[in-house]
Design a protein around this ligand. Structure first.
Ligand code: ADP
Ligand code: MG
Ligand code: ZN
Length: 623
C-alpha cells in the first residue's frame, strides 16, 4: 500500500502533466484529422514537409492547398490520419525518401495521454479524501491500518489508555457528588466485571450525562475511564456527520468494532444531540438523511451488544429535551446522570481543585471568590483561576493574591454579562424571594408534594431558580384538592414577589403557563368545576405523526356561551390559588424573609435547612 506522502506527490505530478498537456493543446498547433487519402494527395502534391509514423496513425506537417505557391513554409498545419488496412510503412518511407521529406517514428502517444483525462477527475476526487484520511489518522492514537486513502471511514475516536499522560480521576472533578455517586457503579463494573456477571446483574449499558455547558460532563466521563483504568474512546457526535454521505454510519460501526476489540472499555459520545435530535415531527420537511442514518446505526449498535459485553457507552448533552425518544429507551441510554450548575459549596470545591495548579498566597479566601460567582459553571471557575494567575504575572508577583482573583472575576463576569448569563445581586434577590415563595406555599399546603430542595442557581436548563418537589408516591390519580394546591404552589413565587417588592416580574411566566394549563384541564378534562359539572369540553385533536405532535389545535365541540363559562371557571380556579398562596405567605412573612436571606447566602437549601428555618421561626413566635 502506498503511504500518504507518496500518494500526494503522485497526484501532484499527474496534475502537473495534465495541466501541461492542456496548455500545449490550447496554444500549440491544432491537429486536424484527415482521411488517409488526403494525406496521400498532399504527399503527391509535394505539400508535406515532415512526417511522424505512429503505430495507429500517421501525422504530418502539411502546407494547406490554398497556401501553395505563396510564401512556402509560412503556413503549415498538422494533420493526423489513421492508418488504412494493409498500410505498408516501408512503402511510405520509400515514397518519403524519394520526395526528400523528413520523417520519424513516433511511439503511440494518444492512449497514454488519454489516460490522463481519466486520471485527473479521479485525482480530484481522491485528493480531499486523502487529506481527510491523513487528518483522521493524525488525530487517532495509531492502531491498525495506515494512511491509505481508503481508510477514511475510520473515525476520529481518540483512544486514551492508561499510558496516556492525561490522567483524570474523580478527584479532578469537584462539586458534582451526586453524579459521581451514580457513576461509581460503572467504575466498579469496569474494574471487576466478573463479580457482576457472576451475580447475573445487568449493568446499565448507556449512561447519559445531562447538564448545561461547562459543568464538567466531558471531564466526568474521562474521570470514569481514569478511575476504572480502561481505554476510553471519545468522539464528538458532530464529527460523525461532517463529511460525506454514508460516512457517519460507517464511522459509528467502526467505532463500536474497535471498542468491542478493546473491551472492557468506555465509548464516550460527546454532544450527542448533534445526531440524536428527534427524528420526523415538525422538522419532517428538512430532515437530514445523513444524520438519521447515523442515528439509526448508533441505535442498531446499542441494541447489538451481547448482554455480557464489557463496553459501557457514555454520552453527554446539554439539550436532553431534544433527544430522540428512541435513544433514551430501556436498554439504550436508560440511565441519566444530571450534572448541575454548581452552588457556592461546589464552586468552592472546584476552585480548590484548580487552585492546586497555581502558586497561591495564604491570604486568598477561595470561599469568598465562590460567593462572588453565582451562576458560573466549572469551566468559568477554571478560567477565573487562570485569569487570576495571569493577573499576578502581569503584576510581576510570585504569588496569586486575593486582588488578582477579584480582577479575574470582574473580567469573566463582564464576558458573561454580554452573553446574558451572569446574574446581578438584585436579580438574585428576586429569585430568592420567588423560590422561597414556592417552597413556603408548598410547605403550608395540605396536599402539596413535600419540598426536596430550593435553589437560586438555575438547576434545570431554562429555569432561573427551582423548587424541587418530590411526589411522595408515584401518582396516577390526583384529587381536586391536590391539583388546587399545586396551582397555589405555582402561584407562590409570583405572590411572594408581589408581597416583598410590590411588583411582579417576568420570572413567573412559566409558572403562570403551567398553572393556567392545569386549571384548564381541571375544567375541560377532569370535570372538576362545580358550575360546569361532570363533562368534558373540546377534544384534543393533536395530530400525531410518528409519535410527535404536529398540530396542537383543539377540536371545539361546545358553544360560545360555554367557552365564556369555561374561561370564567379557569380564572376562578387560578384566583383561588393566588388567594391561598397569599394567605400562607402573609401569615408566615417572617419565615419568608428568613428563608430568602439564607437562600441568598447558601444558594441551595435542602429539606433539613427548610425544616430548621420553620421551627426556628415557631420558637421565636411562641417565645
Ligand atoms: P462540559 O463537557 O460539561 O461542557 P467540560 O467537561 O468540557 O464541560 O469542562 C470544561 C473544563 O471546565 C474542564 O476541563 C475543567 O477544567 C473545568 N471544569 C468543569 N467542571 C468542573 C468540575 N466540576 N470540577 C473541576 N473542573 C471543572
Ligand atoms: Mg463537553
Ligand atoms: Zn417559579
Amino acid at each position: 500500500m502506498l503511504r500518504g506522502r507518496t500518494w500526494s506527490l503522485l497526484l501532484l505530478l499527474l496534475g502537473g502533466l495534465a495541466l501541461a498537456y492542456a496548455l500545449q493543446n490550447a496554444f500549440g498547433p491544432t491537429k486536424r484529422t484527415v482521411p488517409y487519402s488526403e494525406l496521400v494527395t498532399a504527399l503527391e502534391d509535394d505539400r508535406v514537409r515532415e512526417v511522424w509514423i505512429g503505430a495507429a496513425a500517421v501525422e504530418a506537417k502539411v502546407v494547406p492547398e490554398e497556401g501553395t505557391g505563396s510564401d512556402g513554409d509560412a503556413k503549415t498545419e498538422t494533420w493526423s490520419a489513421q492508418r488504412v488496412p494493409g498500410f505498408d510503412p516501408d512503402a511510405l518511407i520509400e515514397e518519403l525518401e524519394t520526395r526528400d521529406v523528413t520523417y520519424s517514428g513516433r511511439p503511440e502517444s494518444e492512449p497514454w495521454w488519454l489516460l490522463l483525462f481519466w486520471l485527473i477527475p479521479l485525482a480530484l476526487i481522491m485528493l480531499p479524501t486523502l487529506l481527510i484520511g491523513r487528518g483522521l489518522r493524525g488525530g487517532a492514537g495509531g492502531g491498525p491500518g495506515s494512511a491509505s486513502p481508503m481508510s477514511f471511514g475510520r473515525n476520529k475516536a481518540k483512544l486514551y489508555d492508561e499510558s496516556a499522560q492525561i490522567r483524570v480521576g474523580f478527584d479532578d472533578v469537584a462539586g458534582v457528588d451526586e453524579a459521581k455517586g451514580e457513576l461509581t457503579e460503572v467504575v466498579d463494573f469496569l474494574r471487576s466485571p466478573g463479580r457482576y456477571q457472576q451475580l447475573g446483574a445487568q449493568i446499565p449499558r448507556g449512561v447519559l450525562l445531562v447538564g448545561p455547558p461547562g459543568t464538567g460532563k466531558t471531564l466526568l466521563a474521562r474521570a470514569v475511564a481514569g478511575e476504572a483504568g480502561t481505554p476510553f474512546f471519545s468522539i464528538t457526535a458532530s464529527s460523525f456527520v461532517e463529511m460525506f454521505v454514508g460516512v457517519g454510519a460507517a464511522r459509528v460501526r467502526d467505532l463500536f468494532k474497535q471498542a468491542k476489540e478493546r473491551a472492557p472499555c468506555i465509548v464516550f459520545i460527546d454532544e450527542i444531540d448533534a445526531i440524536g435530535r428527534s427524528r420526523g415531527g415538525l422538522g419532517a420537511m428538512g430532515t437530514n438523511d445523513e444524520r438519521e442514518q447515523t442515528l439509526n446505526q448508533l441505535l442498531a449498535e446499542l441494541d447489538g451488544f451481547e448482554s455480557d459485553s464489557q463496553v459501557v457507552i457514555m454520552a453527554a448533552t446539554n439539550r436532553p429535551e431534544m433527544l430522540d425518544a428512541a435513544l433514551t429507551r430501556a436498554g439504550r441510554f436508560d440511565r441519566q446522570v444530571v450534572v448541575d450548575r454548581p452552588d457556592v459549596q461546589a464552586r468552592h470545591a472546584i476552585l480548590k481543585v484548580h487552585a492546586k495548579k497555581i502558586a497561591l498566597s495564604d491570604q486568598v479566601d477561595l470561599e469568598l471568590v465562590a460567593k462572588r460567582t453565582p451562576g458560573m459553571v466549572g469551566a468559568d471557575m477554571a478560567r477565573v483561576v487562570n485569569e487570576a494567575a495571569l493577573a499576578a504575572a502581569r503584576r510581576g508577583s510570585e504569588r496569586v493574591e486575593q486582588a488578582d482573583f477579584e480582577e479575574a472575576v470582574d473580567r469573566i463576569q463582564l464576558g458573561l454579562k454580554k452573553r446574558n448569563r451572569a446574574m446581578n445581586q438584585t436579580e438574585l434577590e428576586r429569585i430568592a424571594v420567588h423560590e422561597s415563595g414556592h417552597a413556603l406555599v408548598a410547605m403550608g399546603s395540605e396536599h402539596a408534594d413535600p419540598v426536596h430542595r430550593v435553589s437560586i442557581i438555575p438547576r434545570t436548563i431554562g429555569a432561573l431558580g427551582v423548587t424541587l418537589q418530590l411526589p411522595t408516591e408515584d401518582r396516577h390519580l390526583m384529587t381536586r384538592g391536590e391539583l388546587a394546591d399545586r396551582i397555589a404552589v405555582m402561584m407562590g413565587g409570583r405572590v411572594a414577589e408581589e408581597l416583598v417588592f410590590e411588583e411582579v416580574s417576568t420570572g413567573a411566566q412559566n409558572d403562570l403557563e403551567r398553572a393556567t394549563e392545569t386549571a384548564r384541564q381541571m375544567v375541560c378534562r377532569f370535570g372538576m368545576s362545580e358550575r360546569l359539572g361532570a363533562q368534558t369540553f373540546g377534544k384534543p385533536a393533536g395530530l400525531r405523526f410518528l409519535d410527535t405532535p404536529v398540530s396542537f389545535s383543539e377540536e371545539r365541540n361546545f358553544s360560545d356561551h360555554r367557552a365564556r363559562e369555561i374561561d370564567l371557571e379557569v380564572s376562578n380556579i387560578l384566583q383561588a390559588g393566588v388567594s391561598q398562596a397569599r394567605e400562607i405567605l402573609q401569615s408566615r412573612r417572617k419565615v419568608l424573609d428568613a428563608m430568602t436571606s439564607t437562600l441568598l447566602e447558601k444558594e441551595t437549601l435542602d429539606r433539613e435547612d427548610l425544616d430548621a428555618l420553620c421551627s426556628n421561626e415557631e420558637r421565636a413566635d411562641s417565645a
